[in-house]
Design a protein around this ligand. Structure first.
Ligand SMILES: [Zn+2]
Length: 224
């Protein structure tokens, strides 16, 4: 028993030494760059080191172009004051388009969802980007995302307004939709949510039970 324990500790110690040795870099400048790159989402120290070494192989002009593009983006892009989409101006191009229906607001978790809907090219309303969803496990509450701004925005619109919840089909997305629904109950507006069901092109037998059940609940009149 004791031997097994000693063997385990020895192996663990070797592993710890290995990890430590990976972190020992030949230059403090490389170390600093790796530290910064590793702060990006999904990038561990190993990948950060690979990226840093790849940057070292580039000529200085190309590295400067990369660094300038990142700084320009960081300084020049900010949230739209109306919908929190990203823009280089005070108000985004969608909010500025006169043909857009301002009484139709699609609520999304982040910019990528907005872009996905825009790519379809059929939606003519406007958006509200929450920049997150309520997630108590991650310490994200209603005050941490753009809910107050949505409520204040809707308070200035009439009862013709429709709000579409286009939030993820997860516990956090559903919690956020439920919270928003309660918050918006005081306004005489229409609240809708995206239909959920079998994906286009998906075989019925491959759908999970929750999707199949929801598709059955949300069945529609067959029209041709
Ligand atoms: Zn906007």
């Amino acid at each position: 028993m004791c031997n097994i324990l000693v063997g385990f500790l020895f192996r663990y110690a070797r592993y710890a030494v290995y990890i430590y040795s990976v972190q020992q870099l030949p230059s403090r400048l490389i170390e600093a760059a790796v530290d910064q790159i590793a702060t990006l989402p999904g990038i561990g120290r190993r990948t950060a080191l690979r990226l840093a070494l790849s940057l070292l192989r580039r000529d200085t002009e190309r590295v400067r172009a990369l660094s300038d593009a990142i700084i320009d983006m960081s300084e020049g892009v900010s949230p739209c004051r109306v919908c929190h989409n990203l823009t280089e101006q005070d108000t985004c191009s969608i909010c500025k388009t006169p043909e857009r229906n301002r009484g139709l607001i699609c609520v999304v978790e982040d910019i990528r969802d907005l872009l996905a809907i825009e790519n379809v090219g059929t939606y003519r309303g406007v958006y509200h980007v929450l920049a997150g969803v309520i997630s108590p496990m991650d310490g994200i509450g209603p005050a941490d995302i753009n809910i107050a701004a949505l409520v204040s925005r809707i308070s200035e619109l009439n009862e013709e307004t429709e709000v579409i919840f286009a939030l993820p089909s997860t516990m956090e997305g559903d919690t956020t939709s439920f919270y928003l629904y309660k918050k918006l109950a005081e306004f005489e507006i229409k609240v809708t949510t995206l239909a959920r069901g079998i994906a286009v092109g998906e075989a019925l037998q491959h759908a999970d039970e929750a999707t199949l059940a929801r598709s059955m609940d949300n069945r529609t009149i067959y029209e041709i």
